[in-house]
Design a protein around this ligand. Sequence first.
Ligand code: B12
Ligand code: SF4
Length: 493
Amino acid sequence: MKVLLVYPEFPDTYWSFRHALKFEGKRSAFPPLGLLTVSAMLPEKWERRLVDMNVRQLEQADIEWADVVFASAMIVQKESLEAVVRMCRARGKRVAVGGPYVSTSAEHLPEADHIFVGEAETTLPEFVRDIENGETRRVYQATERPALAATPVPHFRLAELDRYSAMSVQYSRGCPFSCEFCDIIEIYGRVPRTKTNEQMLSELDALRELGWRGLVFIVDDNFIGNKRNVRRLLPELIEWSERHGRPFSFITEASVNLAEDDALLELMRRANFRRVFLGIETPVEESLKEAHKGQNTRRDLLESVRKIQSYGMEVMAGFIVGFDNDPEDIFEQQISFIRESAIPLAMVGLLTALPDTQLWRRLKREGRLLKESSGNNTEGSLNFVPRMDAARLVEGYRKILRTIYSPAEYYRRALDCLSRLTEGPEPRRSRLTDDVAAFVRVVFALGVRDSARAEFWRYMRRAAGTHHRNFAHAVTLAAMGYHFRKLTESFSE
Ligand code: B12
Ligand code: SF4
């Protein structure tokens, strides 16, 4: 059996990092870990090929080659997914689809032959048996959330490593909290399940043996969802890392209560965690309560961010406007929180009701749902009727973006952030010549062609003078800021 694994195209969003990746000569930020995992669950003797359409085109020849096509998608990829399914079906190929979009929106699916709802650890072996017996079904619905001990090491070798700026691994699925807008807990559950330490280290071994060096994204919904297990993992990870000359630095997502655990923060620092994405959402207590985000109301959020930064980790964070309890001055409050917290990469979104979430169900009961979500909460469109006047909300949202990504504000935050981070250079995979080429591209785009070049040079002078040990990071932050600003400008056109 020949299996073609296809990852459809992303639209251009804040999360695509497109304008920053081009400096590095990369095509995409991360490989499609879901498909790499699925591949590892298929019989050894099946042949497989991966086409991540974010790094290369899907050719007719790829489709012709395959007996069966497996595609995975998030909601934002649905149009591209539909096109892939049509193309492959038109060539008479059997098509199976799965992943987060398919799991939450199974009723709106393109004409795929097989639909996988939920995690595939139990359903995929069933499908393989059915294919061998010549009796397959259309829908394979996972009836349970599998223990991750059964999840094999993903087939990282299928990805063209050079085209990505980071690699991904997953340690846990699920989150113990209950935020109203969150679909994670609907898809992956509220009991975090983790892999064993051996599994994690085998995945890192696999990446190391393939020659990967540099950034690894631990894509967990909440890395500290099961603190007890994480506390057992980190000492082994530190030991592994020292033994191999610290080949990786890590980035992950965690809930804000990370800040209350100094011992855990210290372990993460020693394991070389350099960035943590936090779901801060809003500084407004009433809105946090409305969102059932109690873990954020019990602490001083600015203090929590500062504490995490003091362990050498840059904080990235998600922010949301559009809650029923948002006051009229919410936009100014968000801007000053982001400024004071020194979070350069602040992902601000409009509240979105994702399918089958608690928020979706409440708004439906209240008759306030307008349409299905596009899955992209940064495009400035609402899929429900907000309490605040909708036009005012969208304009206020755009004002936040214009302000926080204006060159003066952004560079100031980046410098504040650098001054809170204590660590030196990160492990890198690239050769010196590649680094120099990337630096020249950044200087040409931001320091010569960009209208904000004066701010850029002021920033670079300060970064070189005060933060020379973190200079590479300072350049990366400049490139990221450029991406966010370019995208913000394109929204306002
Ligand atoms: C890493 C990640 C990203 C990376 C993408 C990297 C990549 N190339 O895949 C980045 C940071 C770019 C990203 C961006 C976004 N993401 Co994202 N992301 C994740 C995250 C944290 C991990 C994904 C992952 O690798 N999982 C690990 C694999 C093993 O799990 P899996 O994909 O679910 O695969 C399993 C099953 O689903 C199944 N399966 C998957 N595919 C297939 C296919 C077939 C054929 C079969 C049989 C089975 C199968 O088998 C696997 C094993 O069980 C998830 C959360 C999560 N827990 O998954 C969110 C998540 C997927 N992202 C989400 C969203 C909303 C976004 C954004 C739109 C955010 C935004 N607000 O703008 C952007 C969009 C990107 C863009 N450019 O426009 C949502 C998706 C919601 C949905 N219902 O579609 C999730 C679920 C998180 C959330 N609630 O916010 N994301
Ligand atoms: S903390 Fe994050 S992952 Fe957990 S329920 Fe809330 S939004 Fe979802």
